[in-house]
Design a protein around this ligand. Sequence first.
Ligand SMILES: Nc1ncnc2c1ncn2[C@@H]1O[C@H](COP(=O)(O)OP(=O)(O)OP(=O)(O)O)[C@@H](O)[C@H]1O
Length: 205
Amino acid sequence: MELRVTDLACARGGLPLIEGLSFAVASGEALVLRGPNGSGKTTLLRTLAGLQPALKGEITCPPEEMAYAAHADGLKSTLTVAENLSFWAEIHGQRDITGALEAMNLTDLAGRQAQHLSAGQKRRLGLARLLVTGRWLWVLDEPTVSLDAASVALFAGVVRDHLAAGGAALLATHIDLGLPEARVLDLAPYRAELPPDLGFDEAFL
Ligand SMILES: Nc1ncnc2c1ncn2[C@@H]1O[C@H](COP(=O)(O)OP(=O)(O)OP(=O)(O)O)[C@@H](O)[C@H]1O
């Protein structure tokens, strides 16, 4: 299986951000997106996940093959950790949540309501969700926010296991996740030209 992006252009809030972007991610590969704040990493991931249309270009991997973990964890606050995972597992036709609980060090928290978790624990639960989707491509937007060093290492191991099992990952992250085998894609060369009529009008200064 492969994600292939060809000559993609995307926009946010009506403004073109990225243009002429082509890349591929195959089974067993991780690709890390780099670029300064506002360069369009989230916009690109949202476009790939099918949450917004591309301005132009082709994306070969259908959104049903992707599990998208956005900035927000999307937890159901009054459900327990185990209930949250079981809910997502059922949606994706999976049953066993034991492996996901263990992998993200959540077993001891299984009976706690999501609203009573710390920020890092919530994030671990949000990431554990990936493991019950059974999906091939993990699309991850700043997955390590709120995680301590031990949890970052734990999650890097989870990603590595996913790759070893034939999965793939596309990540936007500002930190070194500890995945030296990952390729890096810098978005800077693909920055779109803004339309000329978007400059400030001196009459309003
Ligand atoms: N809902 C929105 N409506 C309009 N513009 C937006 C919206 N969200 C983001 N933008 C703008 O789109 C541009 C790209 O934002 P995006 O979140 O894709 O960047 P990013 O590379 O992920 O940034 P960061 O590293 O800060 O997470 C920014 O200039 C931002 O201000």
